[in-house]
Design a protein around this ligand. Structure first.
Ligand code: NAD
Ligand code: MG
Length: 339
């Protein structure tokens, strides 16, 4: 596995380019702010006229451009609008207007890998995908550190795509932590698998099921929240710092014994078989097709699931308990008025 650092990148390359970030959401705001702080002068944000993100980008003093004009102006375009909207953005605004030989960049491999976008032959196509939420990409950079990024080159038409991608990655702080070389396929498939089985799907199902089990057995919802959700952060911090053994070193022997003897009863051979099925659905493109169809239909089940989940009692209990811990709200990563 190849890893690049700031010393391997020439940050001046990107400083000489006109960069447009399409989208000013989780990733967009972090890329734009970090780049500007790295000395990239020509950074503009491209947004729809009615975009709720306009106010945030204005507040941060970025020039805002129309979707077609931005494509005509840019040397490098980073597409950080939601994955499900990228193909239409490319078709309607980027394909017809991008300069010959411009660079088209992504922060996730979904649209390229599943061929929802098939870029013009003259373009460079690369990925710089930070391995963390956008708000962390910004907060780590601001404290002098960085979030590791993945780099992949899909097409090197200029002969310079790798150097430009490294320069881009360095300017958003990736080179401080490491820029790891991969492919669009590997990034896309592992990213989907991780978020479905562990990071988003697996962990929320685990937390909610455990919470429900305690509450149904008559325990106080507040206790269930603390044990099954709140304390997860403390455990994950120990993982993050030193791996699983580091966590086991820190918890009590009782907790560690319960971990060894009970964990495998929760995550069973059946779970492993299901993980393999989920991976095959990703690899075969079945998941991508399902998500594309859901979007073509206007996201009816997605929106319904989002609403139903937000009404789960664990959210109301959590809100009440977090209000008792006001320090949690200080230095928040997410401030919905700004980022
Ligand atoms: P987001 O939903 O937070 O933000 C999307 C932004 O795009 C918003 O500013 C929105 O107003 C704007 N937008 C929507 N439609 C648009 C259009 N047609 N034209 C121009 N702007 C439009 O999105 P995000 O979570 O930052 O994800 C963006 C990309 O980054 C995706 O490819 C995602 O997979 C990838 N990614 C995200 C994260 C993350 O931390 N959320 C991490 C790694 C990679
Ligand atoms: Mg991911």
């Amino acid at each position: 596995m190849r890893v690049y650092y700031d010393r391997d990148a020439d940050v001046n390359l990107i400083k000489a380019k006109k960069v447009v970030i399409y989208g000013y959401g989780s990733q967009g705001h972090a890329h734009a702010l970090n780049m500007r702080d790295s000395g990239v002068k020509d950074v503009a944000i491209a947004l729809r006229q009615d975009s709720p993100s306009r106010k945030k980008a204005e507040l941060a003093n970025f020039p805002i451009m129309e979707l077609d004009a931005a494509a005509r102006w840019a040397d490098v375009v980073m597409v950080v609008v939601p994955d499900e909207l990228q193909a239409a953005l490319y078709r309607d605004y980027l394909k017809p207007h991008l300069k010959q030989g411009a660079a088209l960049a992504f922060a996730h491999g979904f649209n390229i890998h599943f061929k929802l976008i098939e870029p013009r032959a003259d373009l460079d196509v690369f990925m710089i995908a930070p391995k963390g939420p956008g708000h962390t990409v910004r907060s780590e950079f601001a404290r002098g550190a960085g979030v590791p990024c993945l780099l992949a080159i899909e097409r090197n038409s200029s002969g310079n795509a790798q150097e430009i991608a490294l320069s881009y990655g360095s300017s958003i702080g990736g080179g401080r932590a490491g820029i790891i070389e991969t492919t669009f396929r590997e990034e896309c498939e592992t990213d989907l698998f991780g978020e479905q089985t562990v990071l988003c799907g697996g962990v929320t199902a685990l937390v909610m099921t455990a919470y429900e089990t305690l509450v149904e057995a008559g325990y106080a919802p507040e206790m269930a929240y603390f044990e099954c959700l709140h304390e997860l952060k403390l455990i994950v911090d120990l993982f993050y710092e030193g791996g699983i053994a580091n966590m086991r070193y820190s918890v009590s022997n009782t907790a560690e014994y319960g971990d060894y003897t009970r964990g495998r009863r929760i995550i069973t051979d059946e779970t492993r078989a299901e993980m393999k099925r989920i991976l095959s659905e990703i690899q075969s493109g079945q998941f991508a097709r399902e998500w594309v169809l859901e979007n073509q239909a206007g996201q009816p089940s997605f929106k319904a699931m989002r609403n139903r989940s937000a009404e789960h009692p664990i959210e109301a209990v959590g809100e009440k308990l977090r209000a008792m811990m006001p320090w949690l709200g200080r230095n928040r990563l997410v401030d919905r008025t700004r980022n």
